[in-house]
Design a protein around this ligand. Structure first.
Ligand code: ZN
Length: 315
């Protein structure tokens, strides 16, 4: 009888310790990051006609506690699901697509626990917004995905035949068939266009791709959240500069504190923690040296609220 009691106490202790450990990963822990030399501000000569426009496709409501370590549970945060149109005379690009018309189906691909932690609302898909404002989706040069997760590709079905630009590492990652990329894997007839980072170092990132050759749109590898995640830097004719961070962090707090996502979320996503930290360090260093570069975590609704939507545009 005593043996059973001891075994029971043992199990209770192990379970309690595990729960304690799990909760401790939601507590505040400032990241200690290496200093990164970001160099000078890279030259850019964007054409005078170049603009960017936000295309909000919906919103997800979650909590700061899930977005970054130390975030409060009662701190409700809006997660933007916003595509960006980069209008350039050499070609129009879309950065990510946000929610599409079948998002109700797409959400069901999320782990049940994640579904239970969020609610969402939806707006018109990217393709409809473009068409309603005189931009023919068929004429887009491409959709630059920051990564292949479902909430960044859900709206692709409103942009048929548009080339989807992906880092080669992300294509290889998708081939492994992980659940977060299942949606893109099951989309039929996607016209993929992979690219290489054939350019030199850029703001502390080791390699880069200058899309139009004028420094106006520069993509850099930012692996960790997924192996082929990227950051897209945009320079506008006014001199304004943006860094579209994808899901390197979900909210600006991740850079400002700086803080990583709670361990539980990192494991659910399957992130490479060391690589995420390395790239947070790069963006923190960029932010320190060039505070005027506007940082745009894909799901920070407050950051995206600063971008104009149709019929406006930012020059
Ligand atoms: Zn993601």
């Amino acid at each position: 009888m005593k043996k059973v009691l001891y075994a029971f106490i043992g199990i209770v202790v192990v379970v309690a310790a595990s729960i304690g450990l799990l909760f401790s990963t939601f507590t505040a822990a400032k990241l200690v990051l290496a200093d990164v030399a970001v160099g000078e501000l890279p030259k850019a000569s964007p054409p005078a006609e170049m603009t960017i426009i936000a295309l909000p496709t919906g919103m997800m409501e979650s909590r700061a506690a899930f977005a970054f370590r130390g975030g409060a549970y009662d701190d409700v945060r809006q997660f933007s699901m916003t595509a960006v149109l980069v209008h350039h005379p050499k070609g129009e690009l879309i950065i990510d697509t946000g929610f599409g018309k079948n998002v109700d189906e797409h959400v069901k691909l999320l782990p049940r626990m994640m579904q239970s932690m969020t609610t969402y609302s939806k707006l018109a898909p990217v393709g409809e917004q473009l068409a309603a404002n005189g931009v023919s989706p068929a004429k887009l040069a491409g959709v630059v995905l920051t990564h292949a997760h479902w909430d960044h590709v859900s709206g692709l079905d409103s942009l048929p035949n548009v080339p989807v630009w992906l880092d080669k590492a992300e294509v290889d990652f998708m081939a492994q068939g992980t659940s977060n990329t299942e949606l893109l894997n099951t989309m039929q007839g996607v016209n993929y266009k992979t690219y290489d980072f054939d350019g030199g170092p850029y703001l502390g990132f080791p390699r880069s791709r200058d899309v139009w050759g004028d420094g106006s749109v520069v993509i850099v590898p930012s692996p960790g959240h997924t192996p082929g995640s990227v950051v897209v830097f945009v320079a506008l004719p006014s001199g304004a500069r943006y860094a579209f961070l994808g899901d390197l962090v979900w909210q600006m707090d991740g850079i400002e504190i700086p803080a990583e996502r709670p361990w539980l979320l990192r494991r659910m996503i399957g992130e490479n923690d060391a690589e995420v930290r390395e790239n947070i360090a790069r963006i923190v260093a960029v932010h320190k040296k060039f505070p005027d570069i506007k940082l745009m975590p894909a799901h920070d609704a407050r950051a995206f609220a600063t971008l104009p939507v149709f019929p406006g545009s930012e020059r």
